[in-house]
Design a protein. Structure first.
Length: 164
């Protein structure tokens, strides 16, 4: 036998046990840091798509959500657009592809923050006629995006707490 083939096999059972234990520990550690989505993964993907649809529909004064994201619809809708795009779209896509447990928590907490922003954005458009701020009521895209963000936050919280 050559020296190379001897290096592949452990010299004793103790070395084999150490290698097996290390491999098992690594596998268990990796499994403990990931989440399984099951049907929730599909539900999350559908509501991310619905959120994207909300971004192309009117939000404020006929302006779509993507224009609110760049600041053409007021501060509160812009804040909601930024948090919804960050946590709802990009965070969800990243968490769904990597299956990292800590990203599920980021999406859950950020999703609830974005949901509150969405409710405030809808409210600001409903009460803007009184204060003289632009907006004659929330557009259908804003309402869809806020609803989708609430469902996403709820789904991410369920995923983050489950961790199986």
């Amino acid at each position: 036998m050559s020296d190379e083939s001897k290096a592949e096999f452990p010299a004793s059972n103790e070395q084999l046990d150490v290698r097996t234990a290390a491999a098992l520990e690594e596998t268990l550690g990796r499994a403990a840091r990931t989440v399984e989505f099951g049907r929730r993964g599909f539900t999350i993907a559908v509501f991310v798509f619905l959120l994207l649809i909300g971004f192309v529909l009117p939000w404020v004064d006929g302006r779509p959500g993507w224009q609110a994201l760049i600041g053409e619809a007021g501060a509160i809708p812009q804040l909601f657009a930024a948090t919804a795009a960050g946590f709802g779209v990009f965070g969800s896509a990243l968490a769904l592809t990597t299956r990292r447990w800590w990203l599920a928590w980021v999406c859950a907490i950020g999703g609830w923050f974005a949901s509150v922003d969405g409710i405030l954005a809808v409210w600001s458009q409903q009460s803007s006629g009184i204060s003289g701020v632009s907006g004659a009521g929330p557009g259908i895209g804003l309402v869809i995006a806020a609803g989708a963000m609430i469902v996403l936050a709820f789904q991410w919280m369920r995923v983050a707490w489950s961790r199986h």
